[in-house]
Design a protein around this ligand. Sequence first.
Ligand code: CU
Length: 303
Amino acid sequence: MRFQGRKIGATLLGALMFGAGLAHANIPIDGQFGMQPAASERAQTITDFHTYLLVIITVITLFVTALLVWVIFRYNSRSNATPARFSHNTVLEVAWTTLPVMILIAIAVFSFPLLYASDVEPTSEKVASGESRELTADDWVTIKTYGHQWYWRYIYDTDSEEPVEFESRLIPEDDLANNPGSVRQLSVYQPMVVPQGKYVRLNIAAYDVIHSWAMPAFRVKVDAVPGRLNQLWFKAEQEGIYFGQCSELCGLDHAYMPIELRIVPQDVYDQWLTLLREDETEAFEYLEQAQPRTSLQQLASVQ
Ligand SMILES: [Cu+2]
């Protein structure tokens, strides 16, 4: 236990050191308890909702356990040899019907708006002054996302006549050493790149079987289904490197098609996209310079 504590301490220290350097990294950590830090406002709302539910669940569980214990000891055949024979109690029956309904309403009041906000793209956002600003097409980046056995394919600039696309594949164990800072089972050669400050819309489908694009730090997860277009959105709030994994059992190498997401400044994104049109390799070399994997090293080394 002490060892675990120290390990978590070291991890936190690593996270802090890293935080002081290059913005943000969200990555599963050994001995982690709870969710990854929220990477967006909506992710934070989801975390808060989770905490709220946890309180309700805990109270219900304790209450039911107490009732059970009471019945087991008070009404067993030894301490209650001649049981009562009545079968109705109006007050109790009304209570055990209305109380659960009220609990469900108390949950729905928060859960439905959150569900709606997660599903439907926002049309405006709050600005610093507290007023709201209409979002335009310029605020959005759209990426077509395809699940393949067993890698992801991303298509950029989907509105233009010449969209660009590339494959995003796992860096295998024997090549980790050649890619300093890469994380086993999570880093990929060519990650998804989005500009910081923009809203990201993913149009998700699959080429062969059902996959699922999941990014825990943003609390998003949407199935990639062949022949069906799914969509998700999130706001790229903080620069950094984020990791997720395919979350729908999709065959032999299901565990070997992770998702790496890079949030970079707008100018880096623009330059990367320009290079991508010319030469894929050059584009990702440039990305590696602008946002090196090694900035993750403190985190990775304590795992
Ligand atoms: Cu998959």
